[in-house]
Ligand binder design. Structure first.
Ligand code: GSH
Length: 259
């Protein structure tokens, strides 16, 4: 039996949901957020107090990229890893870029824009209590800075630079293949698409107006049933609300960083 602890707008949970749909798998779902991440029961499953956590036959698997590889090993059909070893290495490289940089910098740009009010509306004492509990001091520092400074945070500059790097890698793949690591959908595409969707939802799709390969890949990915079902069909009014209420255009600052 598969169980998934996740959040609808969590980018790393979206990857796992996409892989589950692509594999035709169903998991019993538990939505977890806020203080629920810190309950002793959840910390036993995921000591990092984050989503997603997959539980397979009672055994937890954490870290979204690790979950993706796990699912592909245990449920090999349809395969989501290429056969060719160079292409397999490319899948792992994309996942490494996401794990080491893009994921945290997605948090930065998201909390500088659409999710900023969720922390800005708390009192300073409440915010600091939340940061103190978080297991990653680095992520707390990012959030503290962007809540205070918004798009003027120095971390926004780093965030845009790493998203640019991701988009460059996607563009480079598109010069060779239909997907990021060859001509079939793989765990590279599944790992990356939530982050590009997030840029789009923050109204930053202009970041690929001069990258025709990224635009073509994005259209191809948006047309995938697994993406539609696992991301967009799951978003209710409350999940859309932060994106609809953005209230300002982040592009002028982003374009200054890029140029
Ligand atoms: N490296 C982890 C990152 C997990 C992570 O940061 N999850 C976010 C959602 S995308 C989370 O649970 N955030 C809760 C919080 O920061 O309070 C993974 O890939 O699974």
């Amino acid at each position: 039996m598969l169980e998934l602890y996740h959040g609808i707008n969590s980018v790393c949970a979206q990857k796992v949901r996409i892989a589950l749909v692509a594999k035709g798998l169903q998991a019993k779902e538990h939505i977890v957020s806020g203080d629920q991440l810190f309950t002793p029961g959840y910390l036993k499953l995921n000591p990092n107090a984050v989503v997603p956590t997959l539980v397979h036959d009672g055994v937890p698997v954490i870290e979204s990229s690790v979950i993706l590889y796990y699912l592909d090993e245990v449920f090999p059909t349809p395969p989501l890893m290429p056969v060719d070893s160079h292409l397999r290495a490319r899948v792992r490289l994309f996942n490494k870029l996401i794990d080491e940089y893009v994921h945290n910098y997605c948090t930065v740009i998201s909390f500088a824009t659409v999710f900023r009010p969720t922390l800005a509306d708390k009192s300073e004492a409440e915010r600091e209590a939340y940061f103190a509990k978080a297991p990653s001091k680095k992520r707390s520092e990012y959030k503290r800075d962007v809540v205070k400074l918004g798009m003027d945070s120095k971390y926004v500059v780093e965030s845009i630079e790493f998203h640019e790097k991701l988009l460059d890698w996607i563009e480079e793949s598109m010069q060779r293949w239909q997907y990021l690591a060859g001509d079939s959908l793989s765990l590279a595409d599944i790992a990356c698409i939530p982050y590009v969707i997030r840029l789009d939802l923050i109204d930053l799709s202009r970041m690929w107006e001069n990258r025709p390969g990224v635009a073509a890949w994005y259209r191809r990915m948006r047309a995938q049933d697994c993406v539609e079902q696992a991301v967009f069909q799951r978003m209710g009014e409350a999940d859309w609300a932060p994106f609809k209420k953005l209230g300002f255009d982040p592009w002028p600052q982003v374009s200054r960083i890029i140029n």
